[in-house]
Design a protein around this ligand. Sequence first.
Ligand code: 6GU
Length: 229
Amino acid sequence: MHIDILTVLPELLESPFQHSIMKRAKDKGLLKVQVHPLRKWAVNEYGQVDDYQFGGGAGMVMMCEPLAKAIEELSLSRKYDEIVYLTPDGEMFNQKMANTLSLNENMLLICGHYKGIDQRIREHFITREISIGDYVLSGGELAAAVLVDAIGRLLPGVLNDETSALFDSFQDDLLAPPVYTRPEDFRGWKVPEILMSGNHKKIEEWRYEQSLQRTKERRPGLPGELSPE
Ligand code: 6GU
């Protein structure tokens, strides 16, 4: 998968994809992330990409021209399956959406800033608007990083048995069960006996029960909790 990210703050996205699983995805050639500074398409020599909003009011709006030029130029090299605008009024991101988006070949992510981007760009170029939760971030960059991480780890070949996505929280609409490692007794706090039994069938049953119970307590609305089996 190839992901282009358009941003006024490219520095903010230098590190997130250079570690751990994202690094492995990159090293294996399964995921390429390219960050493009929007100021490259600025309207003047001062690097201007935003302006006051029509109708008055506080806050700047990201202008049409830099965004349109950037999107059109980037679209010459790649046929995008989705051009995504990260915005708090977008569709709420979840695991199901990550699964769907992981099937794409090429995506362009656009990070908003200030009051957001001119509505005409949203109407004429953007194919999908996504929010990562009901709170406001100062810009779309961290949201873009969240998307790339959640999607990147789902690409076939990125995870191995040890890190398999099959047992992630949410993958079956249930939260993951509790986990333990050595020592078996830490300060008198013991690991549940069943996990030391070697009975894999019983252990799986116990984990499933724990998942159900956790989901019921913490996220009663998740579909897996409403209809077990
Ligand atoms: Cl995608 N952008 C911003 N600026 N804030 C957010 C968000 C996105 N998702 C939740 N809050």
